[in-house]
Design a binder for this molecule. Structure first.
Ligand SMILES: Nc1ncnc2c1ncn2[C@@H]1O[C@H](COP(=O)(O)OP(=O)(O)O)[C@@H](O)[C@H]1O
Ligand code: SF4
Ligand SMILES: [Mg+2]
Length: 324
């Protein structure tokens, strides 16, 4: 049925450049092209995984979508509405519907505020429920996130890492959002706790019909949750495909390299081993042609000169590589 649904989120040619200032007059001498012409869309109830090494621009995509930082160019549509056309008041009204969950919820929790108040304050800020109902809503969301009613009166330092992430999820869920952007939400957790939190994300999706943009540098985390995956490198999308296609038959050399680092559960699935050498190049001065050419084992002369188009190679699959 999802085939006929309109996207909940559409990102078209999004760019975010951070100016590099220098000298006494603080003149702009260049740009960090953190996000450099990215397009994708997410249907309601779908989970889109955004992967890539640290520094590839994933968090900037998330923050620019939510207007936590201004775009340089492009379009972000939520339910068909361009978020950058909204006035501050209109954006504020829509905010509860789009929530961000990040790696370290602890840093956003005031150590002196009880968890129940921390979860309830956004409900009050947005005037979503009368004061008298806040406690019930908080208890309900705590239970949904696998926390106990007594946690409502506890302080942040009394929670373990996994429980803090449950609090982070509860804070987002209490606002009854449609879209959650989860930026490395399990990266700071032990592997055993990661699985529990991923299961919680999945359960919340099933019971509340949530749509996720799930950001992670770790493909094995994304594999468990996402139906569509986008692979970013130095601000550009290199490949976008369904999870099944991407894991079965990665096309872009960068995707192959990322995947070859993920343990294969089914030994039949033979994978080429590609070890990425070198660091991510400087995004203020990205390589010419294909940005990946300095690390690509298949690079040919053309790759240094010509930027590969991000083009369709299947019904719902795109890749940017001259050799595909
Ligand atoms: N506020 C900022 N000012 C300047 N540069 C930034 C800022 N935020 C991110 N960057 C740069 O943008 C690039 C992408 O960063 P980021 O989106 O955090 O990547 P990722 O989440 O994939 O690790 C990096 O080179 C980073 O240094
Ligand atoms: S375009 Fe060339 S350098 Fe870029 S990924 Fe393809 S083969 Fe490698
Ligand atoms: Mg990040």
């Amino acid at each position: 049925m999802s085939e006929i649904l309109q996207p909940l989120l559409e990102v078209n040619h999004l760019k975010k450049y951070f100016p590099i200032k220098s000298g006494l007059l603080s003149r702009t001498v260049g740009n960090v092209k953190a996000v450099d012409d990215i397009s994708f869309s997410i249907k309601p109830g779908e989970t889109f995984g955004l992967v890539g090494e640290s520094g590839s621009g994933k968090s900037t995509v998330g923050r620019t979508i939510l207007r936590l930082t201004d775009k340089t160019d492009g379009e972000v549509k939520f339910k068909g509405i361009d978020l950058y056309d909204l006035s501050p008041q209109e954006l504020r009204r829509l905010r509860p519907k789009m929530q961000l969950i990040f790696q370290d919820p602890y840093s956003s929790l005031n150590p002196r505020v009880r968890i129940g108040d921390a979860i309830g304050e956004a409900l009050l800020d947005h005037g979503l429920v009368p004061q008298a109902e806040v406690r019930d809503r908080v208890l309900e969301v705590l239970a949904a996130c696998g926390l106990s009613s007594y946690h409502i009166d506890r302080f942040p330092h009394e929670f373990s890492g996994g429980q803090r992430q449950r609090v982070g999820i509860a804070r987002a869920l209490v606002l009854n959002p449609d879209l959650i952007i989860a930026d490395e939400p399990v990266s700071a957790l032990d592997v055993s706790i990661q699985a529990q939190i991923i299961n919680l994300f999945r359960k919340m999706q099933e019971t509340r019909g949530l749509t996720y943009l799930f950001i992670s540098h770790d493909l094995s985390v994304v594999e468990h949750l996402c139906s569509q995956i986008g692979v970013m490198y130095l601000g550009s999308m290199m490949e976008r495909a369904s999870r099944d296609e991407l894991f079965r038959d990665p096309l872009h050399p960068y995707t192959k390299a990322l995947l070859s680092a993920v343990p294969v559960p089914i030994p039949k699935l033979k994978r080429e081993r590609i070890v990425l050498s070198g660091e991510l190049p400087n995004p203020a001065d990205p390589p010419s042609g294909c940005k990946f050419h300095t690390r690509c084992p298949y690079a040919v002369a053309r790759c240094r000169e010509e930027v590969p188009l991000f083009r369709n190679v299947g019904s719902d699959r795109s890749v940017a590589c001259h050799l595909v």
